[in-house]
Write a protein that binds this ligand. Sequence first.
Ligand code: DQA
Length: 146
Amino acid sequence: MVSILVVNGPNLNMLGKREPEVYGRETLDDIVARLEKVMDELGGRMEHCQSNHEGVLIDAIHRAKGVHDGIVINPGAFTHYSYALRDALAAVSLPTIEVHISNVHAREAFRHHSVIAPIAVGQVIGLGTDGYEWALRALVRKISRV
Ligand code: DQA
């Protein structure tokens, strides 16, 4: 059974209330419920973790080693500068897909660069909250093929 860790970084607990014109009206609970249904359909399982604290995210990523087969992560603003988060992902060496709800390339210049991208197998950017589902499906397919 494929097992995926879904990680959400800072401020993503505010989805639904936070800049809905940028991030939509779906809440994080709505998204997680949808992803759990997708994993049931695919015959896999998932764990979700959201934190506004870098160290909590790093600890969750470390615990994924030997427990999960891959990681779907929206690192929020940590995307753009957290070498510590990137190193944690590199340390566990699990296939990782990076998700961004908004099209970061059409926004402020500081959002154009991701320090996570070089260690990810791919990115899903700008497809709204549906992006989590596409990332999850793509990752399960990739892991199942190996
Ligand atoms: C985001 C984009 C980041 O630049 C921002 O800091 C976020 C959300 C996105 O999902 O579009 O918190 O990762």
